[in-house]
Write a protein that binds this ligand. Structure first.
Ligand SMILES: *[C@@H]1O[C@H](CO)[C@@H](O)[C@H](O)[C@H]1NC(C)=O
Ligand SMILES: *[C@@H]1O[C@H](CO)[C@@H](O)[C@H](O)[C@H]1NC(C)=O
Ligand SMILES: *[C@@H]1O[C@H](CO)[C@@H](O)[C@H](O)[C@H]1NC(C)=O
Length: 273
């Protein structure tokens, strides 16, 4: 009688699958994406702290109390996917990172620009975006992020602070005129206040970088959404968020594996009958 033997084998397979699923997928945790400026592996960048520039050199980001610039990427200094030079560049208008011009419809206001710098820091420095990394076939990167659950307050604030600035497009990844080396509005795209192109916070955060973000209904501190900014003194809250979603993705994978095993079991039983 061969059946008990097959059953044993199946039980073993189920057991192995369950064991694997009990642990979060480590390949999704503490990783850097394969893109233009990222380090291969995350690690400390001790000098990602406050930059010693006088205020007049960094007016939009100066902490008047310290009379120097605070680098917005500093929360990631303990464990980061960005080098110091990338973090410094993230603070410049038209940096070498992407040659991107924030001021394509007149000067972007400082309250607005700080969110874009913070967004750049998260993208370049965070080692906690693994669950949302996808392969892409693009000349300038092999991987991108898709549908990162951004905490709703972070998006709301970004949108509110940018309402008084101007832009000419909804998707900032495509459709620019790059003939001058930096992005300019295409002739047919008129400059309007942000809320013309982004009527809601969701429109801004989800559409601007082709769905890199998908605004979450969760709040900052919930452990269920990614924070664009955090106080590093309390640790990096996005570590727990990445772990949670990596486990959830695993469970989804397990139910797939289980239905496969069920299929296999039925086939074997059918063959043996
Ligand atoms: C930034 O710094 C890293 C490490 O020091 C170096 O490998 C990289 O080439 C630098 N990038 C640029 C554009 O200077
Ligand atoms: C692109 O920009 C250049 C320089 O500003 C301009 O001469 C050209 O007409 C623009 N082309 C389009 C298609 O907008
Ligand atoms: C989002 O959360 C709010 C309040 O916590 C709730 O009222 C609302 O139904 C939620 N929306 C979705 C789509 O889950």
């Amino acid at each position: 009688m061969a059946l008990p033997m097959t059953t044993q084998l199946l039980l073993l397979l189920v057991w192995v699958a369950a064991l694997r699923a009990a642990l979060p997928r480590t390949d999704l945790l503490n990783v850097c994406m394969d893109a233009k400026h990222h380090k291969q592996k995350p690690g400390p960048e001790d000098t990602l702290h406050e930059q010693q520039l006088p205020c007049e050199k960094c007016s939009s980001l100066c902490l008047q109390s310290l009379e120097k610039c605070l680098l917005r990427c500093s929360p990631w200094k303990e464990n980061s996917c960005c080098f110091l030079n990338t973090s410094q560049e993230a603070h410049k208008d038209i940096s070498y990172l992407y040659g991107f011009n924030w001021d394509h419809c007149g000067t972007m206001e400082a309250v607005c620009k700080r969110h874009f710098i913070q967004d750049t820091c998260l993208y370049e420095c965070s080692p906690n975006l693994g669950p949302w990394i996808q392969q892409v076939d693009q000349s300038w990167r092999k991987e991108r992020i898709l549908d990162v659950p951004l905490c709703k307050e972070d998006c709301q604030r970004w949108w509110e602070d940018c309402r008084t600035s101007y832009t000419c497009k909804t998707n900032w990844h495509k459709g620019w005129n790059w003939t001058s080396g930096f992005n300019q509005c295409p002739v047919e795209a008129a400059c309007h206040p942000f809320d013309f192109y982004f009527p809601t916070p969701e429109a801004l955060c989800n559409e601007i970088w082709s769905h890199s973000y998908k605004v979450s209904n969760y709040s900052r501190g919930s452990g269920r959404c990614i924070q664009m900014w955090f106080d590093p003194a309390q640790g990096n809250p996005n570590e727990e968020v990445a772990r949670f979603y990596a486990e959830a993705m695993n469970r989804a994978g397990l139910s797939g594996a289980c239905s496969l095993l069920l299929c296999l079991a039925l086939t074997l039983l059918w063959l043996l009958s």
